[in-house]
Design a protein around this ligand. Sequence first.
Ligand code: SF4
Length: 243
Amino acid sequence: MKNYKNLSASINSIESFGLVDGPGIRTVIFFNGCLLRCKFCHNPEMFQMQENNTTVEQLLAKIKRFKPYFKDSGGVTYSGGEPLLQVDFLTQLSKALKEENIHIALDTAGVGIGKYDEILDLVDLVILDIKHLTSEGYEDLVKHKMNEFLKFVEVLKKHNKDLWIRQVVVPGIHDNAKYMNMLVAYLKTFNNIKKIEFLPYHKMGDEKYEKLGLPNPFKDKKNMDAKKCQELYNKYIKANFDF
Ligand code: SF4
C-alpha cells in the first residue's frame, strides 16, 4: 500500500455477498450522500453525507477477506447513495483493488463532483441509472438539473467500459410508448451496453421515509405492475437489442 491508505470515506453499509449489482458474487459498498432526491428512492437513509468512518486500508482489508468468493466473475461494486461524491476515495481504493486484480463495478446516477475521467479509467463496469430523458421529466423526478448527468455521460462515452443500464419504471411516468421509444433511441447512442434492466417501482422504501420523518413524494403512488413492466421490456428492449 502507498501513502493513500489513510484517506477516509463515509460509508453506510457493506453487503458481503451481493448477487445483483454486477456479475458474480460481489462485495457491495454503499456510500453515503446523494445530490438527487429521486421520488422513488428506497435508500433515503443515504441522502446525507455522514462523518467519514472507513479508510482505504480498512476497506481493502475487509474486501481481501472476501476475495476467494469472487472467483472469475465477481468483485466489488460501488453503490449508494452516489459513490461519485467521494471520488478521491474511490480512485485511491480502485488503484489498490487493481493491484489485487479485483473487478470493479460503479453503480451510479452520474451526478457527482467531477474527476470522471480518473475513476472511469479504473473501473471495469459501469451500471448507469437512467432517471428520465427530458430535462423537465428529470428535474421533476429527481429534483436536480440534468446538466451533470449529461456531463458524466459525455465522459463515459469516451471510455470503452462495459455498461449495464438500469431504468426504474414508474407507473404514469415511464410506462408509455412515448417514453419507451425515447429510451430505445437514447440507448442506441451507446455502443458498449451489455445488459439493460427494468426495475418495476415498488413501495418497499415507504417505511424508511416514515421512520426518518421525511416526506415521501410517492406516498400515494402504486407499485408498478411487474407483468406490464416485463411486457414493456420485451416489446422495447428485447426487440431492439441483442443480449
Ligand atoms: S440517485 Fe439513487 S440514492 Fe440518490 S436519490 Fe436517486 S435513487 Fe436515491
